[in-house]
Structures are given as C-alpha cells and as structure tokens.
Write a protein that binds this ligand. Structure first.
Ligand SMILES: CC(C)(COP(=O)(O)OP(=O)(O)OC[C@H]1O[C@@H](n2cnc3c(N)ncnc32)[C@H](O)[C@@H]1OP(=O)(O)O)[C@@H](O)C(=O)NCCC(=O)NCCS
Length: 326
C-alpha cells in the first residue's frame, strides 16, 4: 500500500526567551498563576528582523537535511500559518525561493492551531493519489506580532516557532495511517484577529480599537478543546482498529497543560506517553505539533513501528487527528 512516510523532521525556535517573570512586569499576573493555569514558564519571541517565512525556512531546511532529500526534489511546499509574512503572496512561496525548491508548487493553509494536521491531511492526499511524491509540510507562526501585550488573558499563552516534516510516498505499512479533520465555523469568534483583513482593513480606527490583536474566549475554548480532542483521538483509533495501549506517543497541540492532562486522563493514557514541551515554548499554534515531534525524534525516543497519535484544535474552530506508524 502506498503511504506517506515522515522521513525527516526539523524545527526552529527564535533565540529570545520571554519568561513569566518578565510578563509579570508587563501585566497584572504572576508566575504562579500562569504555571498553575497553563503549565507555561517561558516562550520564544521572534527577533524584530524575523518574520514567519524566516522561521519556516530554517525548520524546512533542517527537515530536508534530516531526510536526505534535496530541495530541488520537492514536489510541494505547504505552510500552515495564521500569521503569514503578508496577506499575499503565500509564505510558502517565500520559503520555496529561500530553499531553492525550484520544482515545487507552494501554498499556505489557514487552520490556526490545527493547521499542521490540515497540512498533513492535504499532503497525504497528494501523495496517495500519486499527484506528488515528496512534500514539505511546515507549521510556522510569529504570533507575538498579533498579541495584545496589555491583555493578561492571552499574552501569557503564545510563542513563536516553526516545525517541519518531509513526507515521501513509499510502499509498505509505515507512514500516515489516517487523518481526520473537522471545522465548526459557527464558533469563529472563540479565537480570532478581527482586523487587517477585508472585513476591517487596517485604518486609524481599527488601530485605536486594537482590532489587529488576537481575541479569545478562554474558558469556552477550553471546554470545546477537551471534548473535541478526545473525540478526534477516539475516531482515529477506531478507524485503525487500534486501542489506546497501542499508542506509544501522544503528541497533542501544546495549548495548556490542563487541557492535555484532561484529555490524556479521559483517554486512559499513561503520562509518560504524553509529549509536552509547552513549559518551554508556550502555544506556538501551527508549529506546536511539528516542534514537539522534532524534539522527540532528535532525542532518539521514536523507534521504527512506534505508533504516534497527533491531535489538535484551534481557531475556526478547527480540530483533527492523525495516526502515524513510524
Ligand atoms: C486562558 C486560560 C488559561 C484561563 O484560565 P481559566 O482557568 O479558564 O481562567 P478564567 O478565564 O476563568 O479566569 C479566572 C480569573 O483569572 C483571571 N485571569 C485571567 N488571566 C489571568 C492572568 N494572566 N493572571 C492572573 N489572573 C488572570 C481572570 O480575569 C478571572 O478573574 P475573575 O474571576 O476575577 O474574573 C484558559 O481558559 C485556557 O487556557 N483556555 C484555552 C485557551 C486556548 O487554549 N487557546 C488557544 C487555542 S489553540
């Protein structure tokens, strides 16, 4: 059977570390509150000179190096991002020229924190249909530019980063076993950036009303997140005839430690199989799963035939899951 195998991973986190102690000096909050409510201790912030394509290109190059694939052999570059360099052209086109991937077509995909799994799903369809053989999927964000640093309910959560995987079509049992992706647009206002698009194009008025910044209904989002993550993890297992005991690594979207622990407990997953790096990186949206995966792979913790379960949710609302046999 033709499957999409992950043959290389890469990631990039900006150098600048923003700690909870620094945020304590910006808004009325405390390290203790942030750690108890979210599990996050610090996050990375892009340098003023860095945009999303810069982070994405480094992660993409590292994934290519790990895979042994030349940039010129890529058929597709897909960048999942909610924070592109510009409205257009696509950030993926900027990454394409940076990498010298001259034969690849390139486009962005907008599904916020579920973006990487949407990207994996699209890439998997290209590969299994025979339309493409080798695809670079990148999740990359510079969310710090769209955060209201005076809003303590959101500024504590997010960080910048990029993660990437190279997928190649190969015959056999290893690779992406399934992807499931979903959306419920009726809940669009749970997490959104109102300004800067065609609804509220940038103007003095939109700046005064701070419409360029992310807005979130935190506790409502929390509840939907726990429910949808559990549901989509279970549908993924069922579709493959797997039990939770078959999952070696659960790599969830890194939004909040309490969300991840609640989902892990509902699924009956032992804590040591649940991958968490949000303490160091916060919520990096579309980058969160590929960054966590790359760290796991580079730590030598993923072995052939391990079963990995990915699950994410985010603005849209969107959510989804994927199962990979390594
Ligand atoms: C944002 C989040 C951490 C808030 O935690 P919570 O336990 O739901 O807290 P609440 O929103 O109910 O707020 C409780 C109180 O803490 C206060 N509070 C909020 N942020 C605070 C902060 N950074 N420091 C101190 N107090 C804070 C609130 O103002 C509220 O005070 P009040 O009771 O006097 O009104 C949590 O809702 C969350 O993580 N939601 C999911 C968000 C998410 O994952 N978004 C991304 C999706 S991809």
């Amino acid at each position: 059977m033709l499957r999409s195998r992950i043959i290389g991973t890469g990631s990039y986190l900006p150098e600048r570390v923003l700690t909870n102690a620094e945020i304590e000096r910006m808004v009325e909050t405390s390290d203790q509150w942030i750690v108890e409510r979210t599990g996050i201790r610090e996050r990375r912030i892009a340098a003023p000179s860095e945009a999303t394509s810069d982070l994405a290109a480094v992660a993409g190059r590292r994934a290519l190096e790990a895979s042994g694939v030349r940039a010129s052999d890529l058929d597709v570059i897909l960048v999942a991002t909610a924070t592109p360099d510009m409205l257009f052209p696509a950030t993926a086109c900027l990454v394409q020229t940076r990498l010298g991937a001259t034969h690849a077509f390139a486009f962005d995909l907008s599904a916020a924190c579920t973006g990487f799994l949407y990207g994996l799903s699209v890439a998997d369809q290209y590969i299994r249909s025979g339309a493409a053989r080798t695809v670079l999927v990148i999740g990359a964000e510079v969310l710090s530019r769209f955060i209201d640093w005076t809003d303590r309910t959101t500024c504590i959560l997010f960080g910048d980063g990029a993660g990437a995987v190279v997928l190649r079509g190969e015959q056999g049992d290893r690779g992406i076993l399934s992807t499931h992706i979903h959306a419920d647009g009726s809940l669009w206002d749970f997490i959104h950036v109102p300004g800067g698009g065609s609804r509220h194009p940038p103007s003095e008025d939109t700046l005064v009303r701070r419409l360029q910044f992310l807005r979130m209904k935190g506790s409502e989002t929390f509840k939907v997140a726990v429910r949808t993550l559990e549901e989509t993890a279970l549908e993924a297992l069922k579709a493959n005839g797997l039990a939770i005991a078959d999952v070696r690594w659960f790599v969830p979207h890194q939004a909040n430690r309490r969300i991840i622990e609640a989902v892990g407990a509902r699924l009956g997953l032992p804590a040591e199989r649940v991958v968490m790096n949000l303490e160091r990186v916060g919520n990096t949206s579309a980058a969160s799963i590929p960054v966590a995966l790359d760290e796991l792979v580079r730590a030598g913790r993923v072995s052939p035939d391990h079963t990995l379960l990915f699950a994410a949710f985010g603005a849209g609302l969107t959510w989804g899951s994927a199962i990979v046999r390594w």
